[in-house]
Design a protein around this ligand. Sequence first.
Ligand code: SAM
Length: 277
Amino acid sequence: MEPNNKATLFLVATPIGNLNEVSGRCLEVLRNVSVIACEDTRNSQKLLSHFDIHTRTITYHNFNERQSSKGILSLLEKGEDVALISDAGYPLISDPGYLLVNEVIDAGYKIVTVSGPNAALNALVASGLPTNHYLFYGFLNAKQSQAKKELESLKGFPYTLIFYEAPHRIEKTLKLMYEVLGDRKACLARELTKLHEEYHRGTLKELCGLHDLKGEMVVIVEGDTSEKEVSMEDLLKEMDLLIEEGQRAKDAAKTVSEKYEVSKNQLYQAYLKEGNK
Ligand code: SAM
């Protein structure tokens, strides 16, 4: 469905601690919309009062998503702009909003994002771990047995992993990460943008030595860096490419075997066997 340009849902990122990180556009949007849908109105009131914003607030949280989405859609229908905010950072990022966004897309209203702070990216860029590719995982399941399965599924992932965790679970989670992922490089970023912001960089084993961690935290873990075994099928494919380029089979076997440090003889024999099928 085409957007009808009647009304807009603004997805507004708000500070993750330091209120000075609020942007001019964030304040402008929060002042000018008809309604602000908050994860927790009491919590957001601190931000709104600090900036002298008196826009009407309603709640939109995990437990009233369906009902509240309907209410928000009827506001949009009346031509009223709505802003969605969470307690901190981006709405929808380990926070409510996914259902609403989909309903608003289906109904054809405009959606605009207002950029701002996000704990995962703050932690990632300062972690010292690779930033070119990464996976934001968010919270692991609160049940250890489920969390273990989730970590096992991430074990072979070659890129940096980003997790959110609550302080009362952090010690157990770090131990589980060490147990499942092994002793990888990692960084625990705590209380970002706040007075006691700190980074613990080291390995998972070293981070397991930290105790009494309080406040909000993000854990960044190095991806799987172990060398992957190359299958015979892949080696033969690479040989075929070289042969197509004009190399003799024996020379191609030599080139590929040297590159992957495998037996030239075995590779050549496999090639002959493949050709004789
Ligand atoms: N929507 C938020 C965002 O965009 O980052 C995340 C909300 S999620 C419910 C809360 C989790 O984010 C915390 O448990 C913590 O893992 C992380 N977090 C939020 N603020 C943080 C901060 N100032 N320092 C470190 N971690 C933070």
